[in-house]
Design a protein around this ligand. Structure first.
Ligand code: 2AM
Length: 177
């Protein structure tokens, strides 16, 4: 019998300070937009989604994170987006840091080399704030953009349950200063 697979993804995981800023923003938006809001301690930005992975491959993926050595970068989240097709409300960036795109490219290239299926759609950096959102607009610039000094890349497990997903950081690598 095969052990159950793990639902995994690589992500940028906010530190406490950024999380607090994001939490404040989320709480202020809650006053005007209805939706199924993400709990502030679960906010994150997915770099590459792996989907179901046999647990035996976990060490390989953890090693993939350890071996990364990307320089730090700032990600400026400066707009809200509400996607029409799935009513996802998220934070986005009008400028993609080249170092972030390079990180995504390296991750995907490592995954491909190791034989993992990889995302064919172009990477669209976003941090989901709410689902089933009823915002009337599709994009809205933030009066006060959030600057996120990205210091860490993580491998995360998502455990789905009726209470919503629980996320467990399985491996992390600090970015080079
Ligand atoms: P979302 O925020 O747009 O929902 C854990 O589910 C993380 O993986 C979330 O950030 C989620 O993105 C992302 N994710 C889930 N399914 C995905 C898929 N099929 N392709 C890309 N990302 C996915």
């Amino acid at each position: 019998i095969e052990p159950p697979s793990l639902r995994l993804f690589f992500a940028l995981w906010p530190d406490e300070e950024v999380r607090e800023t994001l939490g404040k923003l989320l709480r202020s938006l809650r006053r005007t937009v209805r939706g199924r809001w993400v709990e502030p301690d679960k906010l994150h930005l997915t770099l590459a989604f792996l989907g179901a992975v046999p647990p035996g491959r976990l060490p390989e993926l953890a090693a993939m994170v350890e071996c990364l050595d990307p320089p730090r970068f700032d990600l400026v989240l400066d707009r809200l987006e509400c996607w029409r097709h799935n009513r996802v409300l998220c934070l986005g960036a009008s400028q993609m840091p080249p170092l972030m795109l390079e990180l995504v490219r390296v991750l995907n290239s490592n995954l491909r080399d190791a034989g993992f299926p990889i995302e064919q759609r172009p990477f669209r950096a976003h941090l989901t704030l709410a689902r089933k959102a009823d915002a009337a607009w599709s994009t809205m610039p933030l009066k006060r953009p959030v600057t996120w000094p990205v210091e860490c890349v993580t491998l995360v497990e998502s455990r789905l349950s009726s209470a919503g997903p629980a996320y467990v950081v399985l491996a992390e690598k600090r970015l080079r200063t």
